[in-house]
Design a protein around this ligand. Structure first.
Ligand SMILES: [Zn+2]
Length: 230
């Protein structure tokens, strides 16, 4: 495979040659929108076209397999599970990194160094970087650095899922449980995709259920010692 690429500029940090061939593509959306499937499809087709590809996912997400990316519908692809993106090049080795054309990043919301990695890989190393991740968390706040790379992107695709309650297009991820931390890794047991109406209603329903449970807990507390455990 030809690896020569014309150099047109130098990275001000390490003096590496920059090329015009780098690209950044961002795939966002709620959970169950097919982001990983879209990413895998894209990576596979790049590979079939003779380009050197690699996939990276966060080592935080061990739901399916450590060494492969698996979409919700079961498609598998070998990958690097890493705590951060900066370590990718040293883990892979300089030679192998140089030969890479396309880098896929799954669950990108978990990588704090996403912006710098995409910037360097596309601007100075000539890589095509395809990023898939959640744009928002379960409270619809920006999740990790995913939105930060949109100004770097050639294309942005927002995918939708199906609302679990009405079947309409779902843009948001609703958390079914009471846990409050932003990063709670789970699947259909913890999250569901919902439309706007059911996101709003769902939050109300979940909040009401929570406060009923809490008040019951408080009311029954004095009786705990007397009451037999059930
Ligand atoms: Zn709905």
């Amino acid at each position: 495979m030809a690896s020569f690429k014309p150099s047109i500029a130098r990275n001000p940090i390490d003096g590496a040659a920059a090329t015009l061939s780098g690209e950044v593509h961002v795939i966002i959306g709620p959970m169950f929108a097919g982001k990983t499937t879209a990413l895998l499809r894209r990576i596979r087709s790049e590979g079939n076209n003779g380009r050197n590809v690699a996939m990276i996912k966060s080592s935080k997400d061990t739901r399916y397999a450590i060494d492969s990316v698996v979409s919700h519908d079961g498609i598998k692809f070998p990958c690097w599970a890493l705590p951060d993106l900066t370590s990718f090049r040293s883990k892979l080795g300089d030679d192998a990194y140089e030969k890479l054309d396309v880098i896929g990043i799954d669950e990108a919301q978990f990588f704090e160094d996403l912006y710098d990695f995409c910037c360097n890989a596309a601007d100075f190393d000539g890589k095509t970087v395809i990023v898939a991740g959640l744009d928002g968390d379960y409270l619809r706040r920006s999740f990790g650095s995913v939105l930060d790379v949109i100004p770097l992107a050639d294309t942005v695709t927002k995918l939708t899922a199906r609302c679990e309650l009405c079947g309409k297009r779902a843009f948001f991820t609703l958390r079914k449980t009471g846990e409050k931390q932003t990063e709670l890794i789970g699947g259909a047991d913890v999250y569901m995709p919902v439309c706007r109406q059911h996101y709003v209603n769902g939050e109300v329903v979940i909040e009401a259920a929570r406060s009923v449970l809490e008040s019951r807990k408080l009311q029954s507390q004095p009786c705990f010692e007397a009451a037999p455990a059930i």
